[in-house]
Design a protein around this ligand. Structure first.
Ligand SMILES: *Cc1c(COP(=O)(O)O)cnc(C)c1O
Length: 409
């Protein structure tokens, strides 16, 4: 037997069956008419944002990094409850604008931006987080050609990194952003060219569960913003402090202490030198906001044994939930939390392998997990499916096609 991650505490049962958004898993599947299926719980998304707002200083804008989940109905909800949307492509920008996002609250990051993408952002009035000298010069030139004033921030590759982060993106050679040492001259170039100087975007990494590491990274980020502002000669109008808030996917991982982070950040903002009174500060979170609110539901098609082990073969798999199979962003495969929807909360009685329907041994959703007895037709719930699930999985692989997504709100 191998351990599983912990099912998020907000999920409950009715007569032993998993509830999502107040509906039983079987009712959701019956209404959808098919499995597999992604289900997102709108009330959980709202509760999550509410708890973040309670914890964070009032001055801080809370942005949704929609790379985590670009499903249009979910983005509409996030537009309603977040203070801004951060996108990483024109495709995401269009979804956000169609969902009603205000362009002045949006930013567009990405190490490679096509001319057409830069043009679309400038036309829409969305801030470009420029990631290189050439991107800056292209944005200035494209703006001039359009007769429009581009809104330009610089994404900084800081001189520090977010410790304990699952995916580090700072403090080392990287394709992301501009090395801190080069920032003042480039900011002066933006200002000198008559573009709108928007400030800094500093993103140190992802999936950190250690509050102290995030507190340290945020303090270092603020200090860097202050130092670079002094070198440029004007306080940055806006500072995006990045995010990196992680969620507990695996055994022994604990939820992040956001109160601790919010308190420290409130103190750090209050201690800024004078001149930053008008500066806007934001954090951009993806998985922390949406990851736990999603569940992937898949049906058991077969139950078989091989060399003494039991295999539950489902109609889902890594083509929809690559991360749960251990093939997205992890080195060592560990089990996401899983449950049999019809016996939610029941004690396990057998050790099984829960596999997907693809012809590859990589397609494993649960490796030697301890579950109640699952029969053909039962629904398996794979939790932590709200972020980097449907949109970050190879749905064309083997031709089964994408899974439908549903927002219950
Ligand atoms: C991926 C990404 C995010 C979101 O990361 P999460 O781990 O989902 O919070 C935020 N900002 C930038 C720049 C990113 O690349």
């Amino acid at each position: 037997m191998k351990p599983m991650g912990t099912v998020p505490a907000a999920f409950t049962a009715q007569d032993g069956e998993l509830l999502i958004g107040g509906k039983t898993a079987s009712a959701i599947v019956d209404a959808a008419g098919e499995t597999p299926l992604f289900v997102y719980d709108g009330a959980m998304l709202r509760a999550r944002m509410h708890s973040l707002r309670q914890a964070m200083p009032e001055r801080l804008a809370l942005h949704y990094a929609m790379k985590a989940n670009p499903f249009a109905p979910l983005v509409r909800l996030m537009v309603e409850i977040a203070d801004g949307i951060d996108v990483a492509s024109v495709g995401e920008m269009r979804i956000a604008l169609d969902a009603g996002a205000q362009p002045q609250t949006m930013s567009f990051a990405g190490p490679g931006k096509r001319d057409a993408e830069i043009e679309a952002a400038i036309r829409a009035g969305v801030a470009l987080n420029c990631e290189s000298e050439r991107q800056i010069d292209r944005a200035i030139a494209i703006g001039a050609g359009l007769g429009l004033r581009p809104k330009l921030a610089i994404r900084i590759n800081p001189d520090f990194e977010l410790k304990g982060s699952g995916m580090r993106m700072g403090g080392r050679p990287t394709a992301f952003g501009v090395d801190a040492v080069d920032v003042p001259a480039l900011a002066k170039r933006i200002i000198g060219a008559g573009a709108e100087w928007h400030g800094f975007h500093i993103y140190g990494g992802s999936q950190a569960l250690d509050a102290e590491a995030l507190v340290d990274a945020q303090a270092a980020t603020l200090a860097l913003a202050v130092r670079l502002s002094a070198e440029i000669g004007t306080a940055a109008p806006h500072v995006n402090l990045g995010g990196g808030f992680g969620i507990p996917y695996f055994p022994n991982e604990k939820p992040l202490d956001i109160e601790r982070i919010g308190t420290a950040l409130g103190e750090a903002l209050a201690a800024l030198p004078s001149g930053f009174e008008a500066t806007g500060f934001a954090i951009e979170l993806g998985r922390w906001l949406v990851g736990e609110a999603g569940v992937y539901l898949t049906r058991i098609l077969d139950r078989k044994s091989s060399h003494g082990e039991t295999f539950l073969v489902t109609d889902g798999g890594l083509h929809h939930q690559l991360a749960a199979s251990g093939n997205f962003g992890t080195v060592v495969r560990r089990n996401y939390p899983l449950a049999l929807a019809s016996q939610f909360g029941a004690e396990g009685t057998e050790v099984v392998n829960v596999v997907g329907c693809l012809c590859t041994p990589l397609d494993k959703l649960g490796d030697q997990v301890f579950l109640p007895r699952g029969a053909v037709g039962d629904i398996v719930a794979v939790f932590m499916a709200g972020a980097y699930g449907a949109s970050a999985s190879p749905s064309a692989f083997l031709g089964h096609g994408p899974a439908p997504e549903i927002l219950l709100d």
